[in-house]
Design a protein around this ligand. Structure first.
Ligand SMILES: NC(=O)C1=CN([C@@H]2O[C@H](COP(=O)(O)OP(=O)(O)OC[C@H]3O[C@@H](n4cnc5c(N)ncnc54)[C@H](OP(=O)(O)O)[C@@H]3O)[C@@H](O)[C@H]2O)C=CC1
Ligand SMILES: O=C(CO)COP(=O)(O)O
Length: 317
């Protein structure tokens, strides 16, 4: 099955580089610039030359001739991108590669695809994976979630490369929640470390953050086993402990009282607000998410946020 990647950010470029091991791949960029001549994405993934089988195109109809379309634009841009191009994306297999919850609806990427392109086959590719690692050919395991298991099996085969090992599930809600919520907890962990609160505090935030992830997942009828897999626990572990993560680095900056480049893609920022609003609407207890949303909106500082978490009523674990 032929593959194209739509969106030439760090992640889309890294996936295209790895998938080109299996055969021709088109990487579509809205502004390809000099990528095709330089054979490198100097802006988003410098130092990773393109293999011969990777072709860059600015023509969406060229990319959309492929059987499988991986969509690697940021979450808050996903609906507008799909709506603008819904005709050409119609009846395609569309694999979301973004991690987040839509601010204006509280929905994840698979549901957004289903709404914007109703006759597409929607799926999501998620899990612990830094673009730089994938592009270097380092071993990476991901979750592919597709409600249609026949389509899911075909995607699992097509997206496996020598360094990408793909696990499969039909639980799209669980997979999209894990990838979205771990970013919010990573901001909290970065803030704790940045403020000098220590690694014990980080472990507490990761564990209680995971409890929040499971709480929302159960409420939305996701399978708890999905959250304990690569897309949930796996990605939470990676993102909360690595300075390669932009979400973690934003948290570090908040904790240290430093500024952070607003042009960097940090999915957890909008997702914290979206999930905080959703939790309030649904009457769910998600205090770490609420604290991150408060920090990002300048309603709280790190010391007050931590104090509010520590002074909550005592309870069973
Ligand atoms: N980087 C990583 O390690 C990983 C990222 N992800 C996820 O992948 C998603 C994308 O992140 P990442 O690639 O890192 O982000 P980047 O900031 O590197 O790139 C974002 C890309 O999206 C493009 N884009 C934005 N809006 C549109 C639009 N409307 N139409 C077309 N293209 C658009 C930008 O194009 P332009 O250059 O023209 O502005 C840019 O190339 C996120 O949800 C992230 O969570 C998942 C796993 C790992
Ligand atoms: O999702 C990721 C790792 O799995 C990438 O994390 P950041 O978006 O925080 O850089």
């Amino acid at each position: 099955m032929s593959i194209a990647v739509l969106g030439a950010g760090a992640f889309g470029t890294a996936l295209a580089i790895s998938l080109a091991q299996n055969g021709p791949v088109v990487l579509w960029a809205r502004d390809p610039g000099t990528m095709e001549t330089e054979r490198e994405n100097r802006m988003r993934l410098p130092g990773r030359p393109f293999p011969k089988a990777l072709r860059v195109s600015g023509e969406l109809n060229v990319a959309c001739a492929a059987d499988i379309l991986l969509i690697a634009v940021p979450m808050q841009q996903l609906r507008a991108f799909l709506s603008e191009h819904s005709q050409i994306l119609s009846q395609k297999t569309l694999v979301a590669c973004c991690k987040g919850i839509e601010l204006c609806t509280g929905l994840g990427p698979v549901t957004v695809i289903s709404q914007a392109v109703p006759d597409a086959i929607p799926a999501i590719l998620t899990g612990p994976s830094f673009a730089a690692d994938i592009a270097r050919g380092l071993p990476t395991a991901l979750t592919l979630a597709c409600a249609d298991d026949t389509a899911g099996q075909a995607l699992q085969q097509a997206l496996t490369t020598s360094n990408l090992r793909i696990y499969r599930t039909t639980d799209t809600i669980g997979a999209e929640l894990g990838g979205a919520l771990k970013n919010v907890i990573a901001i909290a962990c970065g803030a704790a470390i940045g403020a000098g609160l220590g690694e014990s505090a980080r472990a507490a935030l990761m564990t209680r953050g995971y409890a929040e992830m499971q709480r929302l997942a159960a409420h939305l009828k996701a399978d708890p086993r999905t959250l304990s897999g690569l897309s949930g626990f796996g990605d939470l572990t990676l993102t909360c402990t690595s300075t390669q993560s932009r979400n973690y680095r934003l948290g570090l900056a908040l904790g240290e009282g430093q500024s952070f480049d607003p042009s960097v893609t940090v999915e957890g920022a909008a997702t914290a607000q979206a999930v905080d609003e959703l939790a309030q609407k649904e009457g769910l207890d998600m205090p770490i998410t609420a604290a991150v949303a408060g920090l990002l909106a300048n309603r709280l500082d790190v010391a007050t946020a931590m104090q509010s978490l520590l002074t909550r009523p005592l309870k069973e674990e």
